[in-house]
Design a protein around this ligand. Structure first.
Ligand SMILES: *[C@@H]1O[C@H](CO)[C@@H](O)[C@H](O)[C@H]1NC(C)=O
Ligand SMILES: *[C@@H]1O[C@H](CO)[C@@H](O)[C@H](O)[C@H]1NC(C)=O
Length: 360
């Protein structure tokens, strides 16, 4: 922690959390922003495919030199991001310093003991507080995309209000901290990180219960804007801003959910202002399927429209078990805006080969 994102940003992010949605033109995700519907064609993928890929290495045994290789490949191929565990963020942040285009994505609540993998971890089952602290620390270390696991147990127990709080708090922690880093405010120590996490959670809970936001304790005047930030999040629906923002992707672990649960979880994700819904951690019983991706695509589009957001505001990431170009293109055709894959280089090379065969 205590490291600051050193990329050059044009303007500080405004206080309203709803600049959340403004990452359209001019941001590095612009290639996958333009078309939201499932009308994306295989033919566009020849140039566009690398921009869909989150180049991923999340194994517990991943070494620093593998992280270096990952970052270099991401720059070389023009991938959307590198997606790595929080521990590696400071190192990767240095490596990507010269790249304006490759985002630095981390996963929250995905740290696990290797032994536990077999038992189906990670489940996103830790407390919202822990998720928020992990999120804040990662962003201070240089991350600018956050993939977190929702609490599958909460979904299974029909505790949708808690699911909404969990998602909303991680979104707010991300957006607030990103804004903090961009506006080059002072560094934050660990106590302050937990204060932010605590206030966001208690304020969101209070807002849901009483409609009134909790004021930031006067001992922490430094975070004066936090109450406003959390409160305006609920009411400001400006989706027009084009400001660069920290993207938040919520992993649903779709292989563990019924279709009805996927639909409901997507609706709650949109209401909670997640930027993306994402299929899988890649560590559970199976990964992305095209049918789940199109169900998620359709659901987020409908829900976004209902809430008055611009079409395509909420995106879909397919991940888990995507190992070749055919699978990747299938996911894109089903409506995916991003592909999480550890085989990004192979996928892109294979795609190029297929495309050149077709045209020759
Ligand atoms: C949950 O969070 C605590 C505190 O950060 C941590 O010690 C524990 O390992 C986490 N558990 C899981 C399953 O991630
Ligand atoms: C963290 O910062 C606060 C002031 O914002 C200060 O009161 C506190 O002592 C600091 N804690 C540590 C461990 O440095």
């Amino acid at each position: 922690m205590r490291r600051f994102n050193r990329r050059v940003f044009t303007l500080p992010v405004p206080l309203t959390a709803f600049s959340l949605f403004g990452f359209g033109k001019g941001s590095t995700t612009s290639n996958d922003d333009s078309s939201q519907t499932s009308t994306k064609q295989h033919s566009t993928s020849r140039i566009g495919l690398p921009r869909y890929i989150d180049h991923t290495a999340l194994k517990p045994e991943t070494t620093q030199s593998e992280i270096a290789k990952l970052c270099n490949e991401a720059k070389e191929y023009g991938f959307a991001s590198v997606c790595i565990n929080p521990y590696h963020i400071p190192y990767a942040s240095d490596l990507l310093r010269t790249s304006q285009n490759v985002k630095l994505c981390t996963v929250i609540e995905l740290c696990f003991i290797k032994k536990m993998l077999k038992k189906g971890f990670p489940l996103g089952a830790n407390s919202t507080f822990t998720k928020c602290c992990e999120t804040i620390e990662s962003i201070l270390n240089g991350a600018n995309e956050i993939d977190f696991v929702t609490n599958v147990g909460m979904i299974k127990s029909n505790e949708w209000d808690k699911v909404a709080i969990d998602m909303t708090c991680v979104v707010l922690a991300s957006k607030y901290t990103y804004q903090w880093v961009q506006s080059k405010k002072s560094e934050l120590n660990r106590t302050e990180v937990s204060v932010i996490a605590h206030y966001i959670i208690s304020t969101v809970e209070e807002l849901r219960k009483t409609g009134k936001a909790k004021k930031v304790d006067k001992n922490w005047a430094k975070f004066d804007d936090l109450t406003n930030f959390v409160q305006s999040y609920n009411f400001d629906t400006d989706t027009k801003s084009k400001k660069e923002t920290c993207l938040v992707k919520v992993i649903l672990e779709t292989c563990l959910l019924t279709d009805a649960e996927i639909v409901r979880a997507c609706q709650v994700a949109v209401q909670s202002k997640c930027d993306f819904v994402k299929t899988s951690t890649g560590f559970s019983s199976s990964g992305a399927t095209a049918s789940h991706v199109s169900l998620m695509r359709a659901t987020v589009d409908t829900e976004a429209k209902k809430l008055g957001f611009k079409a395509g505001t909420i995106k879909v990431k397919a991940s888990g078990g995507i190992r070749n170009a055919v699978q990747a293109n299938e996911m894109i055709k089903a409506g995916a805006d991003r592909i999480g894959a550890s085989k990004g280089v192979e996928i892109v090379q294979e795609d190029l080969k297929t495309q050149s065969k077709k045209t020759s």
